[in-house]
Ligand binder design. Structure first.
Ligand code: NCD
Ligand code: ZN
Length: 367
């Protein structure tokens, strides 16, 4: 496809639906998992995105450049086995992350930076979310690695939540920013930092107050929903993700910054597959699965407040520029025509995977 019609809105005749052609997006935060899960997740991701930043919270985690190289090979193998078209296969480019542990060394960072395939290092506070048991217990263990990351210009991606039992789940993001992130930004002023999947106005304000080296990803669920969607009228496990959905006032602030044209805010779906039975469970897993229909979800959120013209830069420019990568030169067309989100997809071990808004109708679809 040509590159000359990016971000054009077309509605030539009243009878034809609105279409928008944008530069091909990248997903700067995705969970593809491993093994047979890749058959499902890679096919979905590759249909919409060129570069994807693959989160390292496997069991065991991706801790070294060598782990990242073999994980990337498994993703590439799965890609070759999908039946998506040849052009999408060549465009799809998984970018890897290391999982920050108390033992991540300066040498690990140097190797990762020199590997050419590791894009960043992901910090999970131990116990904060899915597969974070091996995460960082105290930032005091991280100084050598953080120094090296600043030196080798390897960005830090942060799951920004404290894990202390006495802190309310709805306050955990704000507390991490105040207690930990402020300090990291102060101590490593040149380190590139992405505050992942921000969920509060406090996080948005924090990011806005920093220099250009601090940015944030925003998920479709945090733009479209708030905690009422999760809890009113019965618990809806498919809206449960971490950090948890917050009040409507926070949702509104996230929509405001995402559609503001500020390059600090860009697309990261946090698409996080868990089998249906693991979500619809007395102790349900955290994560929303959105890889296949993330673009219609984002288009719905942006168009819902009359800001569809801001979609392209959020999806396809600001993240690449933050990471210092070239912009994609292919395009994708979204059309304002209803799509029904599938009820389930086939998933590992004869299970199913229930996507975000399963069975519902979205006003936007991929052409
Ligand atoms: C993610 C997962 O399932 O891996 N879950 C989630 O709720 N977002 C982990 C994460 O990004 O926190
Ligand atoms: Zn995630």
């Amino acid at each position: 496809m040509s590159n000359s019609h990016t971000n054009t809105l077309e509605n030539s005749q009243n009878s034809s639906p609105l279409t928008i052609t944008i530069r091909q997006p990248d997903d700067w935060h995705i969970h593809l998992r491993d093994g047979n899960a890749l058959t499902t997740t890679v096919a979905h991701a590759a249909q919409s995105f060129n570069r994807v930043i693959c989160m390292p919270n496997l069991v065991p985690p991706v801790k070294t450049a060598a782990d990242a190289i073999t994980y990337r090979q498994r993703i590439e193998q799965a890609l070759m086995q999908t039946n998506i078209d040849a052009q999408r296969k060549t465009q799809f480019n998984p970018r890897m992350t290391l999982y920050f542990t108390d033992n991540t060394s300066a040498a690990d960072i140097k190797q990762a930076a020199e590997s050419g395939i590791v894009q960043a290092v992901k910090l999970y506070p131990a116990g904060a979310t899915t597969n974070s048991a091996d995460g960082v217990t105290d930032l005091k263990h991280c100084t050598a690695a953080l120094d090296a990351m600043q030196q080798y210009e390897l960005p830090l991606l942060v799951h920004s939540e404290v894990t202390r039992a006495d802190v309310d789940i709805f306050d955990r993001e704000k507390q991490f920013i105040e207690n930990n992130l402020q300090q990291i930004v102060h101590d490593y002023p040149e380190l590139k930092i992405v505050v992942e999947h921000i969920t509060t106005g406090d996080a948005a304000d924090f990011v806005l107050a920093q220099k250009d080296n601090v940015a944030a990803t925003i998920t479709p669920q945090h733009l479209l929903f708030n905690r009422n969607h999760l809890l009113v009228g019965g618990i809806k496990p498919h809206f449960y993700c971490l950090p948890i959905l917050k009040k409507a006032t926070h949702q509104a602030r996230l929509l405001e910054v995402a559609t503001s044209g500020n390059p600090k805010f860009f697309l990261g779906t946090d698409s996080a597959p868990h089998a249906t039975h693991a979500k619809e469970n007395a102790c349900g897993c955290a994560g929303c699965y959105s890889a296949a229909h993330a673009l219609p979800l984002y288009a719905t959120a942006f168009d819902g407040i009359g800001k569809i013209d801001k979609l392209e830069d959020f999806c396809s420019r600001f993240g690449a520029e933050f990471y210092g990568l070239p912009l994609n030169d292919t395009t994708i067309t979204l059309v304002k025509t209803d799509m029904t989100v599938p009820a389930t997809y086939a998933y590992i071990d004869d299970s199913t995977l229930t996507p975000l808004l399963a069975g519902d109708t979205l006003p936007w679809s991929i052409q």
